[in-house]
Design a protein around this ligand. Structure first.
Ligand SMILES: Nc1nc2c(c(=O)[nH]1)N[C@H]1C(S)=C(S)[C@@H](COP(=O)(O)OP(=O)(O)OC[C@H]3O[C@@H](n4cnc5c(=O)[nH]c(N)nc54)[C@H](O)[C@@H]3O)O[C@H]1N2
Ligand SMILES: Nc1nc2c(c(=O)[nH]1)N[C@H]1C(S)=C(S)[C@@H](COP(=O)(O)OP(=O)(O)OC[C@H]3O[C@@H](n4cnc5c(=O)[nH]c(N)nc54)[C@H](O)[C@@H]3O)O[C@H]1N2
Ligand SMILES: [Mo]
Length: 681
């Protein structure tokens, strides 16, 4: 779809590739590599071709202007686990062993709705209920009494953004009452004395008012976790997209480690995925952030990405390195990233915008060219990404459910076509370009798994020959599976895994529960888990300043819904029918105080914007907090989403502020935005 003065027109693939290739090439020649930005959206993790060919496009672009949905939702966890375990994301993320745990502390996550995220699992409600059936406990800490809280043993409100203080006070109790027990991490940690000294100030009584949790409750929870046969502390978005995301993420793992729950059954453990990404990307020891800083506001680089909150300023601020063209890979940033109004402006001013996306929506309407790739029902998939975060080690291939129409291009083909043109290989047959890609991956696999790794004697020739000649992501997955922990090692272990075997197992293959593997995981220079990385300890001053009593205004948090996936599932009638879900939740106490009525309307205003939303009065929200879901606001002129337009809703990211961020990681604050709320006539 090409944008013209009179709207979008359909053109052929070859013409589209020619134009996009030529325009990007020209912009790069004139303004340099960093002038082209790439934004990788959330659905990429579920499109195998997009996941495995995005790195190819990234290399072809050779730009530092790399933005990512992970740089919206996960940076604090990436920074925290990277610095503590020396591992690149997500290989150092300990996952709750939910099927065997006797105590699950859920802080800032709603797995009944989200299915877990950094604890990937089918049937989240069933698994949580079984913890209780086994005689265990599930405790939820959340400013909202969520769907997860409803099936938990107990729930406590917490003031948004105060989790770091609460978690450090749990750690305080562990030291104070002599409950610290390192378990498997014994002799494998450094910085224990630093942590002990830090948490001295965080007595439960000292943080109770700030957090809204009584000191006795905090002490009891700390004792229970320490006494439980096994326990896991799990934080997700509520402990990431907030003012102290890195400190809160750190607090979660300190609780896990200091109660002996790291790497033990029922605690938090490291998955051992069948197709591990590190099998093709060998890396040295250690983990560093801030190898460079973003051009305008000097935010640290993390794993090659810069925080997505810097996107608008990088596009709008003139000077060398200004982003003048963008590639949007399955993302809707003008609805999903902070400060939408500024982003709308930035996208409308670009010299060139390409979107790989199947919708003409709020973001892609700004594109000069939309390259539509198929829907998830049309492509085969293997969860290369999410199996690294899974609560069991499993492997399953899913086949396309419906065929694609003729003339469809898969996402990997589109990315490869663009990459080829950026590398000056526009005239080369795609097969040959793909052979080059496979060669690159195979070199990585041999370096990581050959003589220094699992499969002694493995050679490049062997790998490339046995992978066959069919281009596309399948042979790359085959390679990852074969060099992986259950693999056939290209013949060295004949009974081992190949893609063919995974594809033949209709219902997937189960390798069993998570197993201890701490020694394999720790990858710091010192060989120890760093309990007190300076990135965290140096941020404590900021936390202490915040703990002084605040003004009594409202803060805004988000809310997920079972029938939405971020911003893109509102165009399907079955998923939007029923009562309006894009409502502002307000506690009964606040509603009475400021004169809001259920079914009425409220005006919500932040530093950067203002919206009017329908009000739903609830008993499930902490007073002082209001909640609005994200991903709505489908009334943008020029988008072609007939169903979504009829259920437009309100865009909450008009209110979120790109300048409010977690200082340690640069992550924008999406939960905890200060707002005013007044009735709207
Ligand atoms: N206020 C607030 N904002 C948030 C959040 C929040 O909780 N509160 N959550 C944040 C989080 S966690 C995330 S991950 C981001 C997500 O934000 P994004 O990464 O922008 O994801 P989506 O908004 O779902 O947009 C996905 C885009 O991909 C397209 N698409 C989806 N599937 C496919 C496919 O299979 N093929 C093709 N070709 N296109 C596809 C859709 O049309 C849509 O344009 O949003 C963040 N924004
Ligand atoms: N149905 C559905 N499933 C999804 C998605 C979806 O859009 N729809 N999105 C997917 C994506 S991209 C992601 S990243 C995951 C996210 O997975 P989760 O993090 O489990 O999902 P959220 O519902 O955002 O949960 C965050 C919780 O934090 C609470 N919270 C807000 N502020 C604070 C705070 O300051 N402290 C504490 N303790 N809690 C706070 C919120 O009330 C909310 O209950 O879900 C994934 N799964
Ligand atoms: Mo996300």
């Amino acid at each position: 779809m090409r944008r013209t003065a009179s709207g979008f027109e359909e053109i052929g693939w070859d013409e589209a590739y020619e134009e996009v290739g030529a325009r990007l090439f020209e912009i790069r020649e004139k303004h340099g590599n960093d002038a082209i930005g790439l934004y990788t959206g959330n659905p990429v993790v579920h499109d195998l071709g997009a996941l495995l060919y995005r790195p190819v496009l990234q290399r072809a672009l050779a730009t530092r202007s790399l933005f990512n949905a992970s740089a919206i939702d996960t940076l604090p966890k990436i920074v925290q686990t990277g610095l503590m375990f020396g591992r690149h994301f997500p290989l150092g993320v300990p996952i709750p062993d939910i099927d065997r745990t006797s105590y699950l502390l859920v802080i800032g996550a709603n797995p009944v709705i989200s299915h877990g995220s950094l604890m990937t699992m089918p049937d989240a409600p069933g698994r949580l209920k079984r913890v209780l059936e086994r005689g265990g406990k599930v405790v939820v800490i959340d400013p909202r009494r969520t769907e997860t809280a409803r099936i938990a043993s107990e729930h406590h409100f917490i003031r948004p953004g105060s989790d770091a203080a609460f978690l450090l006070s749990l750690v305080h109790v562990l030291f104070d009452e002599d409950l610290v027990d390192l378990g498997a991490a014994k002799d494998r940690v450094s910085g224990l004395d630093t942590v002990r000294a830090i948490v001295r100030d965080f007595a439960p009584g000292a943080v109770a008012e700030h957090c809204g949790i009584a000191a006795e409750t905090t002490r009891r929870i700390a004792r229970e976790i320490a006494a439980a046969e096994s326990a896991a502390c799990y934080g997700r978005l509520g402990t990431c997209v907030q003012e102290f995301g890195t400190l809160a993420s750190w607090g979660c793992d300190l609780v896990n480690i200091l109660t002996g729950n790291l790497d033990r059954a029922g605690g938090v453990m490291f998955p051992n995925a069948a197709a591990p990404v590190d099998a093709a990307f060998p890396r040295g020891k250690g983990f560093e952030i801030g190898r460079w800083k973003s051009r305008v506001s000097g935010q640290p680089e993390v794993e090659g990405m810069i925080p997505s909150s810097t996107m608008a300023e990088e596009m709008l601020t003139p000077g060398e390195g200004q982003v003048r063209a963008m590639i949007l890979l399955m993302t809707n940033p003008v609805r999903s990233a902070a400060n939408s109004a500024q982003l709308e402006e930035a996208f409308s001013k670009l010299d060139y915008l390409v979107a790989v996306d199947f919708y003409l929506n709020e973001s892609t309407r700004h594109a000069n060219m939309i390259l539509p790739t198929p829907s998830p029902l049309e492509y085969a998939n293997y969860e290369v990404g999410l199996y690294l975060l899974s609560v069991r080690n499993v492997a399953k291939w899913s086949w396309p459910a419906v065929p694609s129409p003729p003339d469809t291009q898969q996402t990997w083909e589109v990315l490869l076509q663009l990459s080829a043109r950026l590398m000056g290989l526009g005239g080369t047959p795609l097969r040959d370009v793909d052979a080059f890609v496979v060669h690159g991956y195979a070199e990585g696999a041999v370096a990581a798994n050959g003589d220094n790794g699992r499969w002694a004697g493995l050679t490049l020739e062997e790998v490339t020959q046995q992978l066959g000649a069919d281009p596309g992501p399948e042979r790359l997955v085959d390679m990852l599976l074969r060099v992986g922990p259950y693999g056939d090692g290209f013949g060295r272990n004949p009974d081992g895994l190949t893609l063919e075997k995974v594809q033949a197992a209709r219902h997937g293959i189960d390798f069993g529960p998570l197993a201890p593997r701490l020694d394999e995981v720790i990858h710091t220079e010192s060989g120890r888990i760093d309990l007190a990385p300076p990135t965290m300890t140096e941020d404590l001053g900021r936390l202490r300043t915040r703990m002084t009593p605040r003004n009594s205004g409202f803060v805004l948090i988000g809310r997920r819904d079972l029938r939405c996936s971020n911003s893109f599932m509102h165009n399907l009638p079955a998923l939007v029918k029923g009562p309006d879900r894009c409502t502002l939740h307000v506690s009964r106490e606040d509603a009475v105080r400021i004169g809001l009525e259920d079914g009425g309307a409220a005006r919500v205003t932040s530093r950067v914007g203002s919206v009017v939303a329908p009000v739903e009065v609830t008993d499930d929200l902490m007073p002082g907090v209001v909640s609005l879901p994200h991903g709505w606001g489908h009334d943008a002129p020029g988008s072609q989403l007939r169903v979504a337009q009829a259920h437009a809703g309100v865009n909450t990211n008009i209110l979120t502020d790109d300048r409010a961020y977690d200082a340690a990681s640069g992550t924008a604050v999406l939960f905890g935005t200060p707002v005013t709320v007044v009735p709207e006539a």
